[in-house]
Design a protein around this ligand. Structure first.
Ligand code: FES
Ligand SMILES: [Fe+2]
Length: 408
């Protein structure tokens, strides 16, 4: 496998897998029965708190695209961590992250959700001033702070690294480098011009359901027929969908177009990404970056869904679009249709989410059996327990690791 993305051998192998998937009449020999996913993993308050305190703080999480932080001083406050995190483009071009917590008495250092800071960020409570690299530069009324070492009072950093132009943060100082974390998936997308993709659109909204309900929906093609009869199911063949499980909880499903000559009418006239292959053109390769990002890559751009737990019963969903650089100015008006088409699919995807929250909190919900073609969901749960530390998970809520030998 080339380190530069999809090569001919991999493309051939993936196509063969789709053909095999279409032709199969049972699940493959040797594939284990998947134990039911315990109901408590969706509804138990203590388990939700455990996940927040461990999984979500130990894992690299997508925070922003570089287009949101275009120049020195550009910042945003990212709110999906354990606390508000300031992400700021420094004078040296580096993007850094810090807890947005003043080192004096803990006020927020910046109070707008995003903006462009001057040379210093001045806390609005007593005026301590930090530079764009997080160092404490000045304390008001210095006669009262004689002898205090400013070097020890800079903003507390949070790990912040980039995969192409995507900025990720991680609250665990001991986590592996981002590059190692995403490598099992990144090896298949490096042929695409990731470094020059632009952020075309971003919206975020809340959904009144547990984040797992949303996330799991995007990990399988089994729902295409009933939830997407006029959209996804008309375009893609769910029964030909092959499933690929990778290390670190990442995965992909590859759904073939139903018709070889199909072209998304919403993309006509849009430029394709350089080096895109027949995998992006004739299939829908829907990648999942653990724990919460979905990228169903198309030749003309990458829509992205990111799902965030807020409370045990509420989630935020971010819908993003990345596409080849159009050279400045307004985006092509064709994007309005493209974005609306995808939004329609997302609306179909979440139509059952809120009603499901009620039916999951029911004595009738006894856990989740999963089929062979839903195995990405089981793989995702296995990784959740690995990140938490399986011995920390109450025995009745554990996911027995049975898919390890199927991880590629
Ligand atoms: S809390 Fe920030 S200067 Fe006092
Ligand atoms: Fe769907």
């Amino acid at each position: 496998m080339s380190s530069l993305g999809l090569d001919e051998t991999t493309i051939k192998e993936w196509i063969t897998r789709v053909e095999r998937e279409r032709a199969r009449t049972s699940r493959p020999d040797g594939f284990p029965d998947l134990p039911d996913v315990p109901a408590g993993r969706y509804i138990d308050e203590a388990f939700f708190a455990l996940e927040r305190a461990t999984l979500w703080q130990r894992t690299w999480l997508y925070a922003a695209h570089i287009d949101q932080l275009p120049e020195p001083g550009s910042y945003l406050v990212w709110t999906h961590g354990s606390a508000p995190i300031l992400i700021i483009h420094g004078d040296d071009g580096e993007v850094r992250a810090f807890y947005n917590t003043c080192r004096h008495r803990g006020a927020p250092v910046v109070r707008n959700p995003s903006g462009r800071a001057g040379k210093s960020l001045v806390c609005g409570y007593h005026g301590w001033a930090y530079d764009r690299q997080g160092a404490l530069r000045a304390m008001t009324e210095p006669r009262d702070w004689l002898g205090v070492d400013k070097a020890c009072r800079g903003l507390i950093p949070v790990r912040c690294e980039r995969f192409a132009n995507w900025v990720f943060v991680c609250e665990d100082v001991n986590a592996e480098p981002l590059g190692d974390f995403v490598a099992p998936l990144a090896r298949f997308v490096r042929h695409l011009p990731l470094e020059s993709l632009r952020l075309v659109n971003r919206r975020e909204f809340d959904v009144s359901c547990n984040a797992k309900v949303l996330m799991e929906n995007f990990l399988e093609a089994y729902h295409f027929k009933l939830l997407h009869p006029g959209t996804t199911d008309r375009i893609f063949d769910s029964q030909g969908t092959s499933v690929h499980l990778w290390k670190n909880g990442h995965s992909m499903m590859l759904s073939p177009n139903r018709r070889a000559d199909w072209v998304d009418p919403g993309t006509v006239g849009m430029p394709a990404m350089d080096n895109s292959t027949e995998i992006e053109r004739d299939f829908n390769p829907s990648y999942s970056v653990f724990p919460n990002m979905i990228w169903p890559i198309a030749p003309t751009g990458i829509p992205c869904v990111a799902i965030w737990p807020k409370t045990i019963r509420t989630s935020a969903m971010e819908v993003l679009w990345f596409a080849p650089d159009w050279g400045g100015g307004e985006r092509d008006p064709l994007w309005d249709t493209r974005i609306a088409n995808f939004d329609r699919i997302v609306d179909e995807d979440i139509q059952l989410a809120e009603p499901m929250q009620k039916t999951l909190e029911s004595p009738g919900f006894r856990g989740v059996p999963l089929s062979y073609q839903e195995r990405r969901i089981y793989h995702w749960h296995e990784e959740i327990d690995r990140r938490i530390g399986i011995e920390q998970v109450p025995a009745e809520l554990r996911i027995a690791p049975v898919l390890e030998t199927f991880v590629e």
